[in-house]
Design a protein around this ligand. Structure first.
Ligand SMILES: *Cc1c(COP(=O)(O)O)cnc(C)c1O
Length: 392
């Protein structure tokens, strides 16, 4: 095969040709249980009939016009997202990184409006916010940044989950305009901050007139057991970004804002050719209908709790398991050693998993997974982990 594709991924030796629910089928018709769901994208599983129908119907009517005109599906999806989140206004993009770019631009407008010439956004160690130049600067992982210097000005970094560090930053830096943070770090290793962390950030932001900006690209759309992860607390962010599961595989992202932050952009200050087009928003609307109609975040909470306890029981006596953690269907099993090779071993047995931060097995299965499928996942995965840790 000619190397026509730029060498940006180490791809596994498998090609899928169709999917159904939690199952993927390769070009030999071999079946795989998908506990990654396209990295938290296919929250409703593969080829969900409601999404398929919405896409086919919309493709037959109108795929694209332009943001120069009214777009009914965009208006409706915006209303639905605002209602479910409590946020006021939405800007639609085509990816997570672009949603974060919009958030970063809002933070800078906010800073300038307050008379700060060089506004600073506080970001976290081990964070992930995307691969554009600004979002890779915001990302707290040198591997993502290396080679792409010069990075962008206007970011300061503190440890994740550490309110004291934010207090200290507040004392040391006078130009802070916003804090950008994931409610649970995904790529960073399924890191769950202390319970008072997000409420504490909210309080600090209120006190200093900073924007509280949540990157819910991975945690949003029901995955953690609430529609949005911030809803585990009694708070509302100023800015929230979404993408991944919003279109169940159709590229669509969103930057939502509440209060004054919702009115920072004016005509000409931001835009996107494809963002919020009729087809992408048809997918988003089908996702919203299904998520809300079946209250799938509750299913995620139930199933996630069951999975975590089953995994805990199975692995309780296994040396080398450091911690099993997660919320809803965003689960991490931290081992005491690098375990990237588990991905290939699982693949051979018809199971798709992900390993992040070198030593954390990450599970992000569809919210529609059945109890029997969850049991199969537990059985296969715990056997794989036990064999791996015992050196087999
Ligand atoms: C995946 C992800 C992104 C980037 O989204 P893209 O659609 O790949 O640009 C940003 N932030 C978080 C938390 C993510 O998980």
């Amino acid at each position: 095969m000619k190397d026509v594709l730029m060498n940006t991924y180490n791809r596994l030796p498998v090609t899928f040709t169709r999917g159904e629910g939690v199952w993927l089928f390769d070009d030999q018709e071999r079946k795989y249980l998908d506990a990654v769901a396209g990295i938290a994208v296919c929250g409703l599983g593969h080829a969900h009939p409601a999404v398929t129908r919405a896409l086919c119907d919309q493709a037959g009517k109108l795929v694209h016009t332009s943001n120069l005109y009214g777009i009914e599906n965009q208006q409706r999806l915006g209303e639905r997202l605002a209602e479910m989140s409590g946020m006021d206004r939405v800007f639609f993009s085509n990816s997570g990184a672009e949603a974060n770019e919009a958030a970063i631009k809002l933070a800078r407008l906010w800073g300038h409006r307050k008379g700060i010439d060089t506004p600073v956004i506080v970001v976290m160690e081990n964070s992930f916010h995307g691969r554009t130049i600004a979002t890779l600067t915001a990302t707290g992982n040198r591997k993502v940044q290396a080679g792409f210097e010069p990075l962008v000005h206007g970011f300061a970094r503190v440890p994740y989950g550490d309110l004291e560090a934010l207090h200290t930053a507040a004392g040391n830096l006078k130009d802070i305009a916003a804090v950008l943070v994931e409610p649970i770090q995904g790529e960073g290793g399924v890191n769950i901050p202390p319970d008072d962390y997000l409420p504490g950030i909210r309080e600090l932001c209120d006190r200093h007139d900073w924007l509280m900006m949540l990157d819910e690209i991975q945690t949003g759309m029901g995955r953690t057991g609430r529609p949005f992860a911030f809803q585990h607390h009694d708070i509302l962010p100023d800015v929230m970004t979404l993408a991944k599961a919003l279109g169940n595989g159709v590229p669509v992202g969103a930057c939502l804002a509440s209060g004054e932050a919702a009115n920072l952009f004016g005509p000409g200050s931001h835009g996107s050719t494809f963002g919020g087009n009729p087809l992408a928003c048809a997918a988003g609307l089908a996702v919203m209908d299904t998520l809300e109609g079946e209250r799938l975040w509750q299913r995620a909470a139930e199933l996630g709790a069951g999975l975590a306890s089953a995994l805990g029981e199975e692995l309780a006596a296994t040396d080398g398991v450091v911690e099993i953690r997660g919320r809803g269907l965003m689960l991490g099993i931290e081992l005491d050693r690098p375990c990237g090779e588990l991905v290939g071993r699982a693949l051979e047995e018809g199971l798709l998993i992900n390993v992040t931060a070198d030593s954390v097995v990450r599970l992000l299965p569809p919210l529609t997974m059945s109890d029997a499928e969850a049991e199969q996942l537990t059985r296969q995965l715990t056997n794989l982990i036990k064999d791996f840790l015992s050196g087999k």
